[in-house]
Design a protein around this ligand. Structure first.
Ligand code: NAD
Ligand code: UFG
Length: 334
């Protein structure tokens, strides 16, 4: 149908999966990515999966001149804004870099959209804006108390969106995991993974000897941390639902994207062992500073307003993550 969408950060983990879902739904994505956390070979995998050539602009969002040129060359109906730095620990060490890249980059993007008459944006926010949960499951009207510069960036960008004249959807992701069912695209972190799933996957494939479980003395059923893991393709569909919502009226929305149920670290380990048929040895270590015991979404607003809900269970998430990891043990080719 020729609907065009500009996808910032479209070569990254969630952006690449969303591009596949967009193409399947008849959208034509154009990607803007500076390759700071992605490889060019993602693009050929996307063409292989979608059967379409996808335009890529290798550019930094903070480059206003470059962004202006991109919007001139590529008229679009909407923007999906994934581009950003996302390592919580690094944001504590380099708050200025995070502010410039995440908030500064978004300001330039919003300005370019306003100049070119693009009025709709879907933004990757995060459950991290809530900070330590005061109640569970977490509803959208929960107090916002981010506990890192990264989380503050997300909250500030949500405020920028709310203050803009644009029609906006801020999607607060819980814990995206898994991969496209083909196993051709997936999560490819640089260096030692910070997050549980890529770490577990690298242990299962034999690249790391064992997982360290960050604490087993939390007030949870087995003592390990509980999170709301959501299949990345369900998350991708959430973006399509958000685009449809924006096109269908004049409202803006801020909404959780999660499954509404939590799994513990040990449940994830067991599910991954089932999916891979490989052992995932682990040892119990101390708690990781900044971690909370449990975090899971009240996912009812997304169901009501977007008509969207997550479908995949933990076993499917792990099976798809394993297909990607075992087929691409070293991630994407350089
Ligand atoms: P990712 O690092 O895989 O993807 C982000 C992409 O943005 C990368 O390809 C990177 O090269 C690009 N990028 C970064 N800064 C840029 C800039 N200034 N200009 C152009 N491109 C730039 O991360 P992801 O996991 O796909 O996350 C996507 C978004 O979702 C991020 O905004 C992240 O904060 C948010 N989010 C992710 C998670 C998660 O667990 N993965 C959870 C909540 C929210
Ligand atoms: N964990 C381990 N060992 C590891 C890695 C993680 O035991 O090697 C545990 C953590 O302690 C936690 C659970 O696995 O209990 C999940 O940890 P992740 O790092 O995968 O995910 P988080 O919930 O800590 O963080 C994610 C995103 C952040 C975001 C945060 C809140 O990665 O960007 O959710 O939304 F800020």
């Amino acid at each position: 149908m020729g609907r065009r969408v500009l996808v910032t950060g479209g070569l990254g983990y969630i952006g690449s999966h969303t591009c596949v879902a967009l193409c399947a739904a008849g959208w034509q994505p154009t990607i803007v990515d500076n390759l700071s956390n992605a490889k060019l070979s993602v693009l050929s995998r996307l063409s292989e999966l979608t059967g379409k050539a996808i335009d890529l602009y290798q550019a930094d969002l903070r480059d206003a001149e470059e962004m202006k040129k991109i919007f001139e060359k590529q008229p679009c109906d909407a923007v999906i804004h994934f581009a950003g730095l996302k390592a919580v620990g690094e944001s504590v060490a380099k708050p200025q870099l995070y502010y410039d890249n995440n908030v500064g980059g978004t300001r330039v993007l919003l300005d370019a959209m306003a100049r070119h008459g693009v009025r709709r944006i879907v933004f990757s926010s995060s459950a991290t804006v809530y900070g330590t949960p005061e109640r569970l499951p977490i509803p959208e009207d929960h107090r916002l108390r981010p506990e890192s510069p990264y989380g503050e960036n997300k909250a500030e960008i949500e405020r920028l969106l709310a203050a803009s004249a644009l029609q906006t959807a801020a999607l607060r992701y819980f814990n995206p995991i898994g991969a496209h069912a083909s196993g051709r695209i997936g999560e490819d972190p640089r260096g030692i993974p910070n997050n549980l799933l890529p770490y577990v996957a690298q242990v299962a494939v034999g690249q790391r000897p064992n997982l360290v479980v960050h604490g087993n003395d939390y007030a949870t059923p087995d003592g390990t941390g509980v999170r709301d893991y959501i299949h990345v393709m369900d998350l991708a569909q959430g973006h399509l639902a958000a685009l449809a919502f924006l096109a269908g009226g004049s409202e803006s929305i801020t909404v959780n994207l999660g499954t509404g149920r939590g799994y513990s670290v040990l449940e994830v380990v067991q599910a991954f062992e089932r999916a891979s048929g490989r052992p995932v040895p682990y040892e119990i270590g101390p708690r990781r500073p900044g971690d909370v015991a449990s975090c899971y979404a009240d996912a009812s607003l997304a169901a009501r307003k977007l008509g969207w809900r997550a479908h995949a269970g933990l076993d499917e998430m792990c099976a798809d993550a394993w297909r990607w990891q075992s087929g691409n043990p070293r991630g994407y080719p350089d």
